[in-house]
Write a protein that binds this ligand. Structure first.
Ligand SMILES: [Ca+2]
Ligand SMILES: [Ca+2]
Length: 194
């Protein structure tokens, strides 16, 4: 292999090995009517000077605030109802960053919901955002795939100290404990009340 050919070959290897990555971190569960924070961590290629992150939320969910760490010049927009974009201007100093955004869940949401997203980098390539994609509704305490009166009964028994509390799925108002107010929230959900 000639020197030039070797150079091209090594260049191709470097291209193949240096890839921008983006990873989403979601909580495992949501409660209808609540809000929570989603974090997307992006590690751009060294030569990347700008990144556009685009995130599509479950239908009807809204983004209510965001932050980027470290602080980099960023412009956000909401081009379509459920899609949010952030243009991150890295300039000459490409560095990993994380965008955290707060999501408001509508009160009438139920079931498993999913997120999707892409990162477009200067130079034109587009990568899928990896990591967590789906989030389940809190309250399915008997894990049978739906939220029914049976789950309300379990929640009420946890609130009464009759059963060990399931904080991940049973703490609907996210105040750190399973109490009667969680059981009431779940009952309202089962009955289709706002
Ligand atoms: Ca259930
Ligand atoms: Ca609670």
């Amino acid at each position: 292999m000639g020197k030039k050919a070797l150079g091209i070959f090594l260049g191709m290897v470097a291209l193949a090995w240096s890839a921008t990555t983006a990873t989403r971190d979601l909580p495992a569960f949501y409660a209808p009517g609540s809000s929570f924070v989603v974090t997307v961590s992006v590690a751009p290629d060294p030569e990347i000077t700008g990144v556009i992150l685009s995130e599509t939320l479950p239908a009807g969910w809204t983004m209510t605030g965001w932050a980027i760490v470290p602080e980099i010049l960023t412009i956000s927009s909401n081009p379509e109802p459920d899609t949010y974009k952030w243009v991150v201007v890295l300039g000459t100093e490409s560095m990993p960053f994380a965008i955290s955004y707060t999501v408001q869940v509508p009160a009438d949401t139920s079931g498993v919901q999913s997120f999707s997203g892409t990162v477009s980098v200067s130079g034109g390539r587009v990568y899928e955002v990896g990591g967590d994609r789906v989030i389940e509704e809190k309250g399915d305490l008997d894990a049978d795939g739906s939220i029914t009166v049976a789950d309300v009964v379990l929640c009420a028994r946890m609130a009464a100290g009759d059963l060990p509390p399931d904080l991940e799925k049973g703490d609907l108002d996210s105040d750190g404990s399973v109490t009667d107010s969680d059981a009431v929230m779940l009952l309202r959900d089962v009955m289709g009340l706002p």
